[in-house]
Design a protein around this ligand. Structure first.
Ligand code: PMP
Length: 379
């Protein structure tokens, strides 16, 4: 039949690296889940969003951005980079902005990874780390977390020593989905063990939640003291509450990295609304403080409740908890969904009993704990 012939033709056209890739599993949105269950009051604790919703200042900035929507945005994101440069402080020439930090990750892989290059990632980790590396035909080396769900520095050092041609070291600090962090000593050791021409990628999507902790590695200080090329990725999607607008940034060791990213970048990758709202939230420290205070207080409470249910919860400095339910995570997530709570179940071999739950507002967390307790004690 013609449909089949058409599909076969396309299969023969596609790059083999792409044919072998899984698509990123973004899951349902809150409104999709709500539409499927109109009688249930839904809460989304599955994608690590900010439970307070958008900040008032960002909302005001958006009104202006929409008024100017007939005009193209600044393709260089100059004003946003200037504000970042003042706050960090860091030279503007070494700051790059993307359509979410994942856009920068994608540009980085397109610009720097060629088929056969070795890329080292964690396991489990943010799925786009291996997906984007595989998209370019890399050989992905995945280093598992320790049994108690920490970064196993000794194991990373062993893997790094066995990869003398390592092209890219890519790790999230704090980790997603685990939430654990590398400290100064651990991160320094991993970077120092890499060949001097390895590109070091530190994904700090959850940086703002962890930075108060004095053991959390100061990546900029550590990388600045080493001789490797590097990029540190951050985002406005989590603590800054702008996930829907898609904006993130990267800090690089040398502006020539950005020159290369510019060659694979879509020209107007960050829209006008995203740029304006990001500038507004950077100028609204109260929103960030309120968010981080809620998350640290509520994470302690949820962790204690889960512990009293006898569950193992991985160490976390981020705005989510990785929880061993002791049974099939997809089933538990399905039952939670029926109770109106969206969480993310893990499917990777070895972690099929884990769900990842985003810390929400107090009432949302209480609902989650109550529903999970009922599910686990129900049979
Ligand atoms: N890195 C990590 C570790 C993440 O968890 C996420 C979002 N889930 C991202 C990057 C991408 O974030 P965004 O594109 O929204 O900035």
């Amino acid at each position: 039949n013609t449909k089949l012939t058409e599909t076969l033709k396309i299969n023969a056209l596609v790059r083999p690296e792409v044919a072998g890739l899984p698509a990123y599993g973004a899951g349902q949105t809150l409104s999709q889940a709500q539409m499927a269950r109109p009688s249930v009051d839904m809460v989304n604790l599955s994608v690590n969003e900010n439970p307070f919703g958008i900040s008032d200042r960002a909302k005001q900035a958006l009104e202006q951005a929409f008024a100017d929507a007939a005009c193209y945005p600044d393709s260089q994101c100059l004003e946003l980079r200037e504000v970042l440069a003042e706050q960090l402080p860091f030279e503007l020439e070494r700051i790059v902005v993307g359509n979410g930090s994942e856009d920068i990750l994608s540009m980085l892989c397109k610009a720097f990874i060629k088929p056969g290059d070795q890329v080292m990632v964690a396991k489990p980790t943010f799925s786009l780390h291996p997906i984007y590396a595989n998209m370019m035909g890399a050989e992905v080396i995945a280093v598992p977390m320790s049994a108690d769900m920490h970064y196993d520095v000794e194991d990373w050092l062993r893997h790094i020593r066995q990869a003398p041609e390592l092209k890219v070291l890519m790790l999230a600090n704090p980790s997603n989905p685990v939430g654990c962090t590398l400290d100064h000593q651990g991160l320094t050791a991993c970077i120092a063990a890499c060949p001097l021409d390895t590109l070091i990628v530190i994904d700090e999507a959850y940086f703002e939640f962890a930075q108060q902790d004095e053991t959390f590695a100061d990546s900029l200080a550590i990388l600045g003291a080493q001789s490797h090329p590097w990029i540190v990725l951050r985002t406005f999607s989590k603590a800054y509450g702008l996930a829907g607008l898609r904006v993130g940034y990267g800090l690089v060791s040398d502006s020539s990295i950005i020159d290369y990213l510019d060659r694979v970048r879509t020209p107007y990758n960050v829209n006008r609304a995203a740029q304006s709202a990001a500038i507004a939230v950077l100028k609204d420290p109260g929103y960030l403080q309120k968010t981080c205070a809620l998350v640290s207080e509520q994470a302690l409470w949820v962790r204690a409740e889960l512990k009293s249910l006898g569950l193992f919860v991985a160490p976390s400095q981020a705005n989510f908890l990785f929880i061993d339910c002791g049974r099939d995570a997809c089933q538990v997530a399905g039952q939670l969904l029926e109770a109106g709570i969206m969480v993310k179940p893990w499917r990777e071999p070895g972690y099929e009993h884990y769900i990842r739950m985003t810390i929400g507002l107090e009432q949302q967390n209480k609902r989650f704990v109550r529903a999970l307790a009922q599910i686990l004690q129900g049979d």
